[in-house]
Design a protein around this ligand. Structure first.
Ligand code: FAD
Length: 485
């Protein structure tokens, strides 16, 4: 099946909209007038990992569930395009066994042995990293690159002489050490870099800025909370090897959509899941005894409880009655900062399989790395950057890729513009300075019969697939306990 989302460019066909993907559900709805339920036990808005987890858990527990999704597919900000036998990840990709919720699901679906290593550091061809800065070009072996990153990142996070352990001993709890947490949450990544001053060489600083910009999806490091990076460092075990491994090292051989399908198919197999795709919900009214959902096409549904998994940056676009509490609305209006652009490229041959390229200053495509080998024997490259609209300027993307990646002979691009996407308005969540301390509790709070779940405000791996599954499970359980009463 083909989703109408995403874009592909090839030399032969130029740019085309829509991508083949196993994430597309056909037929798009199983609602039938004869079987439709007047009052569902629970309705779920959104079929990303948070919504899929909640819907599945509730259906498995015997509840009658309705799933409404704006897109024509499952997975939300995580989906694969299945092209010529290879899954290109348009959004969420990398997972790790330190991420407990995703790991539980991978084990449950017998997929834990299907991980692949993305970055390759011992291939033939250009087995190195090239860093371009305004001062020139530096070529590093992967060992040299890692040693540099380790020394830079260690300085960056070492706010307490214990690599962050004393400040963030419990990364899930922003109330522990509240004063210090507040201080580091108010501080931006740019503030922390200036604090380090001449402890960083110009090359260190360039590499750190490119790395942080790729991690957080912004060209402006003033916009990201330093606490959020300290927290991730803590979740990864306070060391550089695992910090890098948890962010971008291991991916699923058959792709994320194959994994997400397991959730959906298991829920559908209960016979208790009704669903409708291409069905954006425009309004939600909590009448006390039931919640009424109205979709853009005018259809309406009722449920005892609603689980809304609309992402932070678009939550404000749904009309709630009663209105969203002020702190929730304000958080959604401020939004998270991530405006990343992720480009999948196929370069002819295998020369770039072990290559990485970094470019400073940040803005545009700043990072590219070999990510895999396609069945046809070519190299899959992943590029990350900000401030681009790839579908409007493919030539610029190709030119930058050639610059960054040693004149790569690119034959295919596959991408999704998450910033232009009305159901995400951004990529993976990174909170602005002050937002975690100010809004997290409000974001997780329910209002009457309406509960809110999203990877964007998870307690653990916020902004990750793991966080989305954590949240779907948390809220699904809360609803189930109430329905059982
Ligand atoms: P979503 O996946 O956004 O799901 C919410 C769903 O709600 C969407 O399907 C949306 O269409 C739907 N929706 C919104 N509004 C409405 C409405 N009004 N009516 C009906 N439906 C609506 N995470 C990792 O762990 N590892 C990675 O490597 C990684 N890389 C990423 C790279 C990119 C480019 C992006 C974009 C994300 C990445 N992430 C990564 C983050 C990860 O994808 C997300 O954290 C996770 O998928 C969020 O899941 P969710 O269910 O909370 O939200």
């Amino acid at each position: 099946f083909t989703t109408r989302e995403g874009y592909q460019w090839t030399k032969e066909d130029d740019i085309t909209a829509g991508l083949p993907s196993v994430s597309v559900v056909q037929p798009p709805s199983n609602l039938k007038p004869s079987t439709q339920v007047d009052l569902y036990d629970a309705a779920v808005i959104g079929a990303g990992y948070a919504g899929l987890t909640a819907a599945r858990d509730l259906a498995l527990a015997g509840q009658r569930v309705l799933l409404l999704e704006a897109r024509d597919r499952i997975g939300g900000r995580t989906y694969s395009a299945n092209i010529d036998g290879y899954p290109f990840e348009l959004g969420g990709t990398w997972v790790h066994w330190y991420q407990p919720f995703v790991w539980r699901e991978l084990s449950r679906y017998n997929l834990a042995t299907e991980l692949e290593i993305s970055p390759c550091t011992n291939g033939t061809g250009l087995n190195k990293t090239i860093v371009r800065t305004e001062d020139g070009m530096v070529s590093l072996s992967h060992e040299e690159e890692f040693a540099k990153l380790e020394s830079i990142l260690t300085k960056f996070v070492d706010v307490d002489g214990q690599l962050g352990r004393a400040v963030v001993p419990f990364p899930h709890n922003q109330h522990f050490n509240a004063d210090l947490v507040r201080r580091f949450d108010d501080m931006s990544l740019a503030d922390r870099i200036s604090e380090l001053g001449d402890q960083l060489t110009p090359l260190d600083r360039a590499m750190l800025e490119v790395y942080l910009s790729a991690l957080c999806g912004t060209g402006d490091l003033k916009d990201v909370s330093f606490f959020e990076v300290l927290r991730c460092w803590a979740l990864a075990g306070y060391n550089c090897v695992d910090f890098l491994a948890t962010s971008a090292a291991f991916k699923l051989a058959r792709g994320q959509s194959h994994f997400a399908r397991r959730f959906f198919d298991e829920a559908a197999a209960t016979g208790r899941l009704d669903y409708k795709f291409s069905c954006p919900v425009s309004a939600v009214a909590d009448h006390g005894d039931a919640v009424e959902l109205t979709a853009r096409d005018g259809s309406s549904f009722k449920a005892r409880r609603l689980i809304c998994t609309a992402p932070l940056n678009v939550l404000k676009d749904i009309q709630f009655s009663p209105a969203l509490p002020p702190a929730k609305l304000e958080a959604s209006e401020r939004g998270h900062v991530n405006r990343a652009v992720k480009i999948n490229a196929v370069a002819r041959g295998t020369d770039l399989r072990s290559f990485s390229g970094l470019a400073h200053p940040v803005g545009g495509l700043n990072y590219v790395s070999g990510d895999g080998a396609t069945p046809a024997g070519n190299t899959h490259l992943v590029g990350l950057g900000t401030g681009l609209r790839p579908k409007d300027d493919v030539d610029a993307v190709l030119a930058t890729l050639r610059d960054l990646a040693a004149d790569a002979d690119v034959e295919r691009l596959v991408f999704h513009d998450w910033n232009e996407d009305e159901f995400s308005k951004g990529a993976w969540a990174w909170l602005r300075p002050g937002m975690a301390t100010e809004y997290l509790e409000a974001l997780r709070e329910r209002r009457g019969n309406v509960l809110f779940a999203s990877g964007d405000w998870a307690a653990g791996w916020r902004g990750c697939i793991d966080g989305a599954i954590e949240e779907g499970g948390r809220v699904g359980k809360e609803v189930l306990d109430e329905l059982r009463k």
